[in-house]
Design a protein around this ligand. Structure first.
Ligand SMILES: Nc1ncnc2c1ncn2[C@@H]1O[C@H](COP(=O)(O)OP(=O)(O)OP(=O)(O)O)[C@@H](O)[C@H]1O
Ligand SMILES: [Mg+2]
Length: 217
């Protein structure tokens, strides 16, 4: 892929914390998703982004992840970015532990892979069911395993796309509590339609993506 002359994505080793958009523009055909957006995501803060379906919330996360290039402007993100996708991307034939191991193996130093996996499963309360195949886990349990895989990447910035969309209220509260605890000191950008999720996470900045603009709610 060649870089557009007027845009770039900077992976910043030194500023392993916050993230920033500077005059970022992104269109899909006639749809203008971001219209010259400048925004600073401060280190350690959790942002909850709402907006109607099709407003461009997933595109915003894909821009921050570097999967999509902006048409114009610059994006600064830390080097390690974790992404919990809108769709479940676990390997259902592998166990919870094996799914986390795949991610930890890419990031943790050799001798620490096993303890990293144990730590991540424990952090999401899945130690006891770690050796079950993902195929037999409930939706809420799968979502917890997904959070463990994100955690295993030791991210400085975490992107979560509708993390509670298919969960019942009880499980949603559990996942919200986990988000608040597990990623307490990490910059998080959470996309959610669900007003209650922001309340349940607690200390968050609410944003709205609408008509190409990202503003405080
Ligand atoms: N890779 C792509 N190619 C072409 N158009 C795209 C692409 N990705 C997204 N779009 C379009 O951009 C618009 C925003 O899509 P996006 O998935 O970012 O919205 P969203 O806010 O996440 O919606 P939802 O709440 O339904 O998940 C939509 O009109 C979509 O069709
Ligand atoms: Mg989306």
């Amino acid at each position: 892929m060649t870089a557009n002359a007027t845009s770039d994505v900077h992976r910043d080793r030194a500023a392993a914390s916050g993230a920033a958009l500077d005059a970022v523009t992104k269109r899909w055909g006639a749809v203008r998703v971001l219209d010259g957006v400048t925004f600073e995501f401060e280190a350690g803060v959790t942002y909850v982004v709402s907006g109607r379906s099709g407003a461009g919330k997933t595109t915003l996360l894909n821009l921050l992840a570097g999967y999509v290039r902006p048409d114009g402007g610059t994006i600064r993100v830390p080097e390690q970015v974790g992404y919990l996708f809108q769709d479940d991307i676990l390997f259902s034939g592998l166990t919870a532990r094996e799914n986390v191991l795949l991610r930890a193996g890419l990031h943790a130093p050799g001798g620490e892979v096993r303890s990293t996996v144990d730590h991540c499963l424990e952090a999401v309360g899945m130690t006891r069911r770690g050796d079950e195949r993902v195929a037999v886990l409930s939706g809420g349990e799968r979502q917890r395993v997904q959070l463990a895989t994100v955690l295993a990447g030791t991210p400085d910035l975490v992107l979560l796309d509708e993390p509670t969309a298919s969960l019942d209220p009880h499980t949603r509260r559990h996942v919200a509590t986990l988000l608040a605890e597990v990623f307490a000191h990490v910059t998080c950008v959470v996309v959610s339609h669900d007003e209650r999720l922001a309340d349940e996470i607690g200390d968050v900045e609410r944003l709205v993506l609408e008509d190409g603009e990202l503003t405080h709610a």
